[in-house]
Structures are given as structure tokens and as C-alpha cells.
Design a protein around this ligand. Structure first.
Ligand code: GLN
Length: 485
């Protein structure tokens, strides 16, 4: 087996037995990236020198018997995280010259664990999108079929794991951006509860919804990466100061008698036949494993997408006001006054989808429309959250599809924003509610594209969705399938 095909757990054992060195492994991944990324385009920046230096340092730690869970493990990260001394673009032309002066907390935690950071991954600009086509750095291609999108906005984070360019990656999820690309690329992706992982140093899109999440080839690896990045951070006032359980310790717990809810609003008419078939099979698998499946209702699901696109754009219009060409990022060379400089820098630097959302959000917040749009959307958010609180009195986990269809062809929805927005219909309610969810592979379409299963958990109960996913993984082979590149 090739080094780049190992799981994190397998590689950990080989590093600790001194069968391989982190430098060898890092070299293998760098070569793999060089050999495949002309087809996939997952990386915006490859940090070859930094990665090899980190690998050397990791090998010294291993030799001194001081290795932690991630020591010497090659990871890559979405280009939304500030990484000290390294280009950090957020997929945007407006940040195409921005060298971050500090590390995001999650990056600092990876470095504390001696992980090797291979590079920065492509994404939809400012994490706005579902296909990774809205990037200033050319679209990412799905490793299972390079004519298809990888999903978004963490498209590079999902595609690079599927293409064996990194063992695991970090993405962010504001409305589905970890789970939906994980589903489309046949990997595991977890959105933690809001407040579980620090957002310090993560470039903001919609601050009340954004969360950092791990992507990996299987549940066990995903749990290890979550363990590293989770936990209270005094630098993020919205991070929550509660203990982080040992996720690996409970993975193989029995799920007999676990109550799994099937929300009827998620099994609707527009659901693709292949997706329905794969999810139905997953339900049957859980029944065989001894779980109890019950139909439940989340009655406000229909309003979630509309509510999200008002709240997220309103927050984005405020967060993106800082890109004015003054302190960092692109500055237009043509301007003849201060106001003109602001206007031109923003006009030249932002892409079309980002501009659309700034306008939508500014409109929703404007004095005459605030009550009708923004305030109404906040009320919708409360109702959606209450739906989840109510069903979680009765069930432990919810099971749903991740996306209504498998990965769609590149170019199909890029000129039709509404269709693009609707592809997040099953992931967005979780962000509005602030709770956690995981996407894991559960089958393939007739055309050979991966399909994802979503398990939604109670707030701060990532341990239960991980073990529920792990039980499925033990009973099936989907997570072992690899894209032929
Ligand atoms: N696709 C959704 C959007 O465009 C979600 C993006 C995300 O989670 N960052 O806003």
C-alpha cells in the first residue's frame, strides 16, 4: 500500500514503530500533490519547505518518544485560516497578496501537536458557495469525476482527502460547507456545535454560524482531528468553556436501543432516486444494528434556507466592510480620492457572488427593511432551533441525506444562484440551530458518484454522532472505496 493511502491511525502506528519517517511520508504526499493537482486544483498554496521542516522536527519528537496523536501527520487546511507568514487568500482576489501575521488558534493547536501542514486549500470566495466554482483561483474538480463539482465551500478540503493528497484536512461550515463537499467527495466531514472550536483567526463570513470542522477518510481519523482542535479559547468569546470528551474512547460503544429520528421534511419529492436508495439502505443497516428508528417532524424546515440567506448575508455585509484597500489586501491603482479608492478596490477585488451577498445583506439590514427581513429571519431561526430542541427530547440522533443530489456537473448551477442555494437545504437548519452533525459515505449513484449520510446530534454531543457513524462504518465498506485518479 502506498504511504499516501494510509489512514491516520495506520500511519501513526508506522511512525511510532519507526517503519517510516515523517519526512518520507511528507515527501510522498508532496509528490502525490504534484502528480495529481493539475487535475483536481485543490491547493492554492503548497508549503513544501515549511512542511519538510515540520516533518524533520516531528521525526525528532518521535525519536525522543514524545509523539502525540498528530506528530508528523500531513494535514492540509482551507485557505480561510490565518497561517503565520503564509499567503492566506480566502479564495478571493481581494486577499491575493495577504500574508497572515499570526496563526488561527486551530493552526496553533495543529502546530503544538507537531502536525505537518502541507498547504492551503482552494475554496469558494469567503466561503460563499456550494460548488467551489466561486473562487479567484479556478474551480476544484471532483476526484470521482473531474467534470463534476466537489461541492463547497470547502471543496479543496474534501477533494484533497478523496485524492489522497492529505491524510485529513480542516474546513469551515456556515451552512453546510464541510458536510456537503464531504458527501460529494466520499469522505467524512464533521460540523461541531457552535462554540466547540475556536474561530479566532478564521476569516469571518457569518460569525453567528461559522464553525471549523475536520474532514478525513474515516470516522476514527475525524475524531482524532476534532480532538486536537476542539476546546475553549479565551481569544474567541463565543467558544464555550466545557470539557472536551475523549472521542476515540467511546467510538466502539454499542448502539443497540439508540433512538434515531427520521425527519419527514427531509425525505421529500425532489430527492434524487439514488440518494433516497442509499439513505434507505443506511436506515436498514441501522435497524439491523439494533437502533430504533422513528419518524419525527421539524416543521419549520421549509423556511430555513430563506432565513439563512438573510442572516448570513447580513453578517457578511458587516464582516466584509473591512476590505477597503487600506490596511491589507488589494488596493486599486487607479483611484483619485479616498472614497474612489475604497470603491474601486472593492469593485476589483470581490467576485460576483460576494458582491451579490453584500448587496443582499446590506438591503436586509437597511432601516426600512430591517423588520421585514432581518428581524423576521431571526424569528425563523428561533423556530428552527426550537424544532431541534423538541425532537431531541425524544431521540438521540437524527438521520437525513446531506444533499438532495450527488455532485452536479461543473457549470450547471453557477448562473442560477437560487438553485445553488437550494442544494444546502438539508445542512443549513443545523447551522441555524447551532448544533453538530456529521456527513459520512453511504453509497454511490448509478453514475459512480459518492452519496453522503447526515447524522445530526444534540448540542455538544459530537461523541454520539461519531459513535453512531462508527457503527455504520464497521458494518459497511463505503469508506474504503477510493477514487481512481
Ligand atoms: N453554501 C452555503 C453558502 O453559500 C454554505 C457555505 C458555508 O457553509 N460556508 O452560504
Amino acid at each position: 500500500m502506498k504511504l499516501y493511502d494510509l489512514t491516520l491511525t495506520e500511519l501513526r502506528a508506522r511512525l511510532d514503530n519507526r517503519e517510516v519517517s515523517s519526512v518520507d511520508v511528507t515527501r510522498a504526499f508532496l509528490d502525490r500533490i504534484a502528480a495529481t493537482d493539475d487535475k483536481i486544483n485543490a491547493f492554492i498554496t503548497v508549503c513544501e519547505a515549511e512542511a519538510l521542516a515540520a516533518a524533520k522536527a516531528a521525526d525528532r519528537r518521535i525519536a525522543a518518544n514524545e509523539a502525540g496523536a498528530l506528530t508528523g501527520i500531513p494535514i492540509a487546511v482551507k485557505d480561510i485560516f490565518n497561517t503565520s507568514g503564509i499567503l492566506t487568500t480566502c479564495g478571493s482576489k481581494i486577499l491575493n497578496n495577504y500574508i497572515a501575521p499570526y496563526d488561527a488558534t486551530v493552526i496553533a493547536r495543529l502546530k503544538q501537536q507537531d502536525a505537518v501542514i502541507l498547504g492551503k486549500l482552494n475554496m469558494d470566495e469567503f466561503a460563499m458557495g456550494s460548488s467551489n466554482e466561486c473562487t479567484a483561483f479556478e474551480p476544484v474538480h471532483n476526484p470521482w469525476n473531474t467534470d463534476r463539482v466537489p461541492g463547497g465551500s470547502s471543496g479543496g478540503s474534501a477533494a484533497s482527502v478523496a485524492a489522497s493528497q492529505a491524510i485529513a484536512t480542516l474546513g469551515t461550515d456556515t451552512g453546510g460547507s464541510v458536510r456537503q463537499p464531504a458527501a460529494h467527495c466520499g469522505v467524512v466531514g464533521l460540523k461541531p456545535t457552535y462554540g466547540r472550536v475556536s474561530r479566532y483567526g478564521v476569516i469571518a463570513y457569518a460569525s453567528s454560524l461559522d464553525q471549523v470542522g475536520p474532514l478525513a477518510r474515516n470516522i476514527g481519523d475525524c475524531a482524532l482531528l476534532l480532538q486536537t482542535v476542539a476546546g475553549f479559547d479565551p481569544a474567541d468569546s463565543t467558544s464555550v468553556d466545557i470539557p472536551v470528551p475523549d472521542y476515540s474512547a467511546t467510538l466502539s460503544e454499542d448502539i443497540t436501543g439508540l433512538r434515531i429520528g427520521l425527519p419527514k421534511e427531509y425525505f421529500i419529492e425532489g430527492l434524487d432516486d439514488d440518494v433516497r436508495r442509499a439513505v434507505d439502505q443506511a436506515i436498514a443497516t441501522y435497524r439491523n444494528l439494533g437502533a430504533e428508528l422513528v419518524e419525527v417532524s421539524l416543521p419549520h424546515t421549509d423556511y430555513a434556507v430563506a432565513g439563512y440567506y438573510l442572516i448570513a448575508t447580513a453578517e457578511a455585509s458587516s464582516n466584509l466592510a473591512r476590505y477597503d484597500g487600506v490596511r491589507f489586501g488589494l488596493r486599486s491603482a487607479e483611484s483619485d480620492s479616498l472614497i474612489d479608492m475604497y470603491t474601486r478596490s472593492r469593485a476589483e477585488g470581490f467576485g460576483i457572488e460576494v458582491k451579490r451577498r453584500i448587496m443582499l445583506g446590506t438591503y436586509a439590514l437597511s432601516s426600512g427593511y430591517y423588520d421585514a427581513y432581518y428581524l423576521k429571519a431571526q424569528k425563523v431561526r428561533t423556530l428552527v432551533r426550537q424544532d431541534f430542541t423538541r425532537v431531541f427530547e425524544d431521540v438521540d440522533v437524527l438521520l437525513t441525506p446531506v444533499a438532495p443530489t450527488p455532485a452536479f456537473p461543473l457549470g450547471e448551477k453557477v448562473d442560477d444562484p437560487l438553485q445553488m442555494y437550494l442544494s444546502d437545504i438539508f445542512t443549513i437548519p443545523v447551522n441555524l440551530a447551532g448544533t453538530c452533525a456529521i456527513s459520512l459515505p453511504c453509497g454511490f449513484s448509478d453514475g459512480g458518484l459518492p452519496i453522503g449520510l447526515q447524522l445530526i446530534g444534540k448540542p455538544f454531543d459530537e461523541a454520539t454522532i461519531l459513535k453512531t457513524g462508527y457503527a455504520f462504518e464497521q458494518a459497511t465498506e463505503w469508506h474504503k472505496k477510493k477514487a481512481a485518479l
